[in-house]
Design a protein around this ligand. Structure first.
Ligand SMILES: [Zn+2]
Length: 68
């Protein structure tokens, strides 16, 4: 693999708490990840269980569209 391949298929997405709507995380996922791709194709989002500081518990977080 070439070392200089810096720009890959990764995509930045924001994760937002679906309970309180607080913006919690920024993550990146690999668009080549077929499982995620399938889910994003279906729903536009893929729910993830993440800790929400506001709710102080784990809640379902949904991805926002790419940040930039
Ligand atoms: Zn929350």
């Amino acid at each position: 693999m070439a070392k200089k391949a810096k720009k890959g298929p990764r995509q930045l997405v924001g994760l937002k708490c679906s309970v309180c709507g607080a913006f919690g995380y920024v993550t990146e996922y690999n668009k080549n990840n077929e499982q995620l791709k399938k889910q994003t194709d279906n729903e536009g989002t893929f729910p993830l269980s993440k800790y929400c500081k506001k709710c102080k518990t784990h809640t379902v977080h949904k991805t926002m569209k790419k940040l930039k």
